[in-house]
Ligand binder design. Structure first.
Ligand code: NAG
Ligand code: NAG
Length: 208
């Protein structure tokens, strides 16, 4: 019984279940809560639960050769408090979705077109890389918080659909966070952290 209670509290500690049918985000509210305040349920309409356009091919003309089209609480107010969201990811040939982490979500990704090399790095054991090549119809999981990436290893475009276990998963792209922060992390920190000369740090910073 004691064990049972412990398991129950562990299970509910992470993302509490909503206590109401829904809590459509009210963009006008000035309430500060963990998430967004709820719109009056009597004013809720179908469009609060709706998004259109995930059929549209993302523009991959950028240095990474990929584009993420997110469908989270910013696009669908009705996702507020529900703990799920979605994204479409387009990849040009050899394009990458660069190493990044979602601080608040695990991700389950399915390839709908093309072939992807995917991978994530574990924290325990420390820095163990887990990778796999996926084909159309394959599904892969990126556990919450871990640094992960995808690369198109086919000869055509690739498309994936990713589901995430938060309505607001957040994304930290490693290179952008480290070399593109505003204001910058000091040269003395980055040069020592990466064990390179400050010239290299300046060069990397100029890209982000
Ligand atoms: C927010 O306020 C605007 C202007 O008063 C109103 O038109 C809109 O319906 C409000 N939105 C919600 C979700 O209540
Ligand atoms: C794609 O993005 C590039 C770079 O921002 C831009 O020049 C181009 O017009 C865009 N293409 C389309 C079809 O929107």
């Amino acid at each position: 019984m004691a064990n049972h209670i412990i398991l129950m509290s562990l299970a509910s500690a992470f993302e509490p279940k909503p206590l109401q049918d829904f809590c459509v985000a009210d963009p006008n509210s000035s309430e500060r809560v963990n998430g967004l305040a709820c719109k009056n349920p009597m004013l809720v309409v179908a469009n609060d639960f709706f998004f259109s356009g995930l059929n549209i091919v993302g523009n991959t003309s950028n240095p990474f050769g990929s584009r993420v089209t997110a469908v989270n609480v910013a696009q669908i107010a009705g996702l507020n408090t529900l703990g799920i969201s979605l994204a479409r990811i387009d990849y040009a040939p050899w394009g990458i979705n660069p190493p990044h982490t979602h601080p608040r979500a695990s991700e389950i990704l399915t390839v709908v077109e093309g072939s992807l090399l995917v991978g994530f790095v574990t924290s325990n054991p420390e820095n163990h890389l887990i990778t796999k090549v996926l084909q159309k119809g394959d599904v892969f999981v990126f556990p919450v918080g871990l640094v992960h990436f995808q690369r198109n290893v086919g000869y055509g475009n690739a498309v994936a659909i990713a589901a995430l276990s938060s309505q607001n998963p957040g994304v930290i792209t490693i290179a952008n966070a480290v070399f593109g922060s505003n204001p910058s992390i000091g040269d003395e920190v980055l040069a020592k952290a990466f064990q390179v000369h400050t010239n290299v740090v300046d060069q990397l910073r100029s890209k982000f």
